[in-house]
Design a protein around this ligand. Sequence first.
Ligand code: SF4
Length: 188
Amino acid sequence: MDNNDYQEAVDFAIANFEKIEQSLPNSIKEREEKLFGKMLSRKLNPLNNLRMLYSEIDIIYSHLGKMIVCDRGCSHCCYQDIAISELEAEYIFKNTKAKRVRPEIVPNELNGPCPFLENHQCSIYPFRPFLCRRHVSLANSPRWCEQDVCNKYEFPLFSSSEVDKSYAYLLVSSQKEKIYNNIRQVFR
Ligand code: SF4
C-alpha cells in the first residue's frame, strides 16, 4: 500500500460518506434529529438510557450495511485500543458477568486482541461499547483497518453528531464519564 493507494481510499471514503448521507431514508433522519431530545427527557436510570441509545444507534447505522466494508467475521478493529467509559464497563459487567479487574495504569502495554474476541467474533456483541458500534469504515477495503496499517494512516469514519452529543450527555449526566483508554484495562 503506497500513498497513491491511500489517497484513492480517502477519496473513496469521503465520497462514500456523502453517498450515505444522501441516501439516508427520512425515517432515519427524523430518528436521528429527535435522539438528543429523547435523551434529555429520559428519567430512567443511566444503564437503561444507555440501552436505549445503543438501540437507536443500531437502527440508524443499520442503513449503512451494504455501503461499507465492515462485515461479520472482520475483527481488525478489535486489535486496537478501544476506549470505554465507566458506565459502559458497568453495563457489560451487569449483562454478561464478564470479570472486571482493577484498572491498569499503563494501558500502552496491554495489547493483543480484545478479551471479548472469540473466533473473530465479538462474544458480547449486544453489549459492546459505543466505540465498537461507531467504528464504521468508509474506505474501499478492510485492509486499511489492519493494525499495522491503521496506525500509519487516518481515515474519516461514519459519524452522527446527534449520536455523539447524546452519548456525551449521557456520560456526564450519569456521573460515570470516567474513560479508560483501553478496554483491556478493566476486562481480561
Ligand atoms: S467489545 Fe467486541 S466489538 Fe468491541 S473490540 Fe471487543 S470483541 Fe471487538
